[in-house]
Write a protein that binds this ligand. Structure first.
Ligand SMILES: *[C@@H]1O[C@H](CO)[C@@H](O)[C@H](O)[C@H]1NC(C)=O
Ligand SMILES: CC(=O)N[C@H]1CO[C@H](CO)[C@@H](O)[C@@H]1O
Length: 355
């Protein structure tokens, strides 16, 4: 891939389209393309979520966790002074509402700036929530225990490590271990921008456990969403600037080896997996420029893709939803539960659809 071209959409010189297309180069230079709408009949915006729904994770029992309120250099925020929040939705209800989870005392809520999240259900059915946090523009991973009885999160610990430089997303492997993507090598904003502009492939994936921390994959332009196949054999990593999804095999010592890459010609963001079918669902940005240079007259669009049979020779890529921003701006994640679809955004609202 031409590294400068792939860096351009975000640096502001070109736009890309959010659909499977073999004419990648052509589309990357296609500066202002209309997003052909794909509508779904039964959707509604979720009340109470107005400032982002960056990442979503749904438990097998239908409880959905939603992180909201990310503040990130270069990105729009509709609530710049408000700390971030975690919402809970019970997707088994007919008309589910988003409820803000209370965070236990002792945790610095004022600087809470949640990014990627991941859940882990322990042997005794305890639910652990891992949250990537950017307090004061640093990167930490916060570990919480979810207490369903009183809709609260009890803070267990803050994880910091030299290898966790610019964490974007995580996928939990155990009650205190995970894989994390670093979307940049540098954490300083100016260096980060330069890195993106030069198209350096220094972004990586790190395995963390209290006993061992190591880099397990590298060479990404900007590793973003990460998730695991239902059989827990493969790890999927979205490279947002390379417009691709990487499939990696997970080994007993937690190392990862590349299996294949699916080129999508889109800014693929967070990945979510249907636990029954193994399909990958992703929120993506048809136009990176509009996302990074917010203009109320020219809104960032939303698009949701479903990828079936990614390990086969011919994965099937379907545009399930697309909107020019009039309903939903900057979709970053799409999560599925029993025929219900939740679509989250970087800094806008969240959409709930009955498929
Ligand atoms: C966006 O799409 C809606 C409905 O699909 C349409 O009514 C509207 O004119 C479009 N807006 C722009 C700016 O293209
Ligand atoms: C968890 C995760 O991968 N978050 C990404 C979701 O999408 C936004 C929008 O681009 C990214 O900034 C996040 O890093």
């Amino acid at each position: 891939m031409g590294s400068l071209h792939t860096a351009f959409p975000v640096a502001g010189a070109a736009a890309s389209k959010c659909a499977y297309d073999s004419h990648a180069e052509e589309n990357r230079l296609n500066a202002s393309r209309e997003v052909a709408p794909v509508s779904l009949p039964n959707c509604r915006l979720i009340k109470g979520i107005e400032a982002g729904s960056e990442d979503i994770d749904i438990l097998p029992n239908g409880l959905a966790f939603i992180s909201s309120g990310l503040k990130y250099p270069g990105l729009k925020s509709f609530a710049p002074d408000k700390p971030g929040e975690i919402f809970l939705m019970d997707l088994n209800e007919d008309n589910p509402r988003a409820v803000e989870l209370r965070i236990s005392r002792g945790f610095d809520v004022a600087s809470f700036n949640p990014h990627g999240i991941s859940t882990y259900v322990g042997k005794d059915d305890s639910v652990y929530l891992f949250v990537v946090n950017h307090p004061h523009q640093k990167s930490t991973v916060e570990l919480f225990k979810f207490v369903e009885d009183d809709n609260s999160l009890v803070h267990l610990k803050t994880i910091r490590h030299d290898l966790l430089t610019s964490v974007n997303d995580i996928v939990a492997m155990g009650p205190d271990s995970f894989y994390a993507t670093n979307d940049h090598y540098f954490s300083d904003f100016i260096l980060m921008f330069l890195e993106m502009f030069l198209g350096l492939t220094w972004s990586n994936v790190v395995y963390y456990s209290p006993k061992e921390v190591k880099e397990v994959a590298s060479g990404f332009y900007s590793a973003n969403g990460i998730n695991i196949s239902p059989d827990r054999k493969y790890i999927y990593v979205a490279d947002v600037l390379d417009h691709s999804i990487h499939v990696m095999e997970k080994h007993a010592n937690w190392s990862l080896t590349p299996v294949k890459m699916l080129q999508l010609d889109t800014l693929v963001d967070n990945l979510s997996i249907d636990p029954h079918t193994g399909d990958i669902w992703t929120g993506c940005h048809p136009d990176g420029m509009k996302l990074f240079h917010y203009d109320p007259e020219n809104l960032p669009a939303s698009e949701v893709l479903r990828i079936q049979n990614i390990l086969s020779e011919k994965p099937v890529v379907t545009r399930v939803y697309a909107d020019n921003g009039s309903v939903l701006q900057g979709s970053s994640v799409a999560s599925i539960y029993e025929g219900k679809l939740l679509i989250g955004t970087v800094f806008h609202r969240a959409l709930y659809c009955d498929l």
